[in-house]
Write a protein that binds this ligand. Structure first.
Ligand code: MN3
Length: 205
């Protein structure tokens, strides 16, 4: 079965004024859609791979034929990463996150404020295009790190809890070169209750 663009659970303008409707529309309907299209084009050469989920492709890239491996890494990664990004944002963002994830963040990064600072610094220092992630790593510990291009943390066995897209297409229309301002505003749309659920569901937790 061909891969399809996931349905957004909110309107393009839902994350205004932090993320503007035009950016959401282009990001989702053009950029994200292109990753879906390119994944299908790559898999057309090996149609048996249509049976595999995004997770299966990305966690076992070495089993993907060499001729399409880079295309699958980039396009399946692009699809997976954006699916995840939409999911951890909400117009009803609850800044008062509580529960187990909050406790784990506090104990791993000393405080929530310090976690935000470290995560933001990581996102600011990503040179060129990529993502910054909060993951539960293979040792079952929370960790902040960045991936280049559309590389996905699940390829390295990390379980994503939170991410921010720092490709210029994610913010350029509204913020131009001001990545720091984009990041500062982006915290206001983080769906912490969803991140908390992902943390509890993570297999190594
Ligand atoms: Mn993007």
């Amino acid at each position: 079965m061909k891969h399809e663009l996931v349905k957004l659970k909110y309107e393009y303008n839902a994350l205004e004024p932090y993320i503007d409707a035009k950016t959401m529309e282009i990001h989702y309907s053009k950029h994200h859609q292109t990753y879906v299209n390119n994944l299908n084009i790559a898999l057309d050469k090996h149609p048996n791979l249509f049976e595999k989920s995004l997770d299966e492709l990305l966690t076992n890239l070495s089993s993907v034929p060499e001729g399409i491996r880079t295309a699958v890494k980039n396009s399946a990664g692009g699809v997976y990463n954006h699916n995840f990004f939409w999911e951890i944002m909400s117009q009803n963002a609850n800044k008062e996150h509580k529960g187990e994830l909050k406790k784990a963040i506090d104990s791993t990064f000393s405080s929530f404020e310090n976690f935000k600072k470290e995560f933001t610094n990581c996102a600011l220092s990503r040179f060129g295009s990529g993502w910054t992630w909060l993951v539960l790593n293979k040792e079952g510990k929370l960790a902040i790190y960045s991936t280049a291009n559309q590389d996905s943390p699940i390829t390295e066995g990390n379980k994503p809890i939170l991410t921010v897209d720092v490709w210029e297409h994610a913010y350029y229309l509204k913020y131009q070169n001001r990545r720091a301002e984009y990041l500062e505003n982006w915290w206001d749309v983080v769906n912490w209750s969803r991140c908390g659920e992902l943390y509890l569901k993570a297999p190594s937790n």
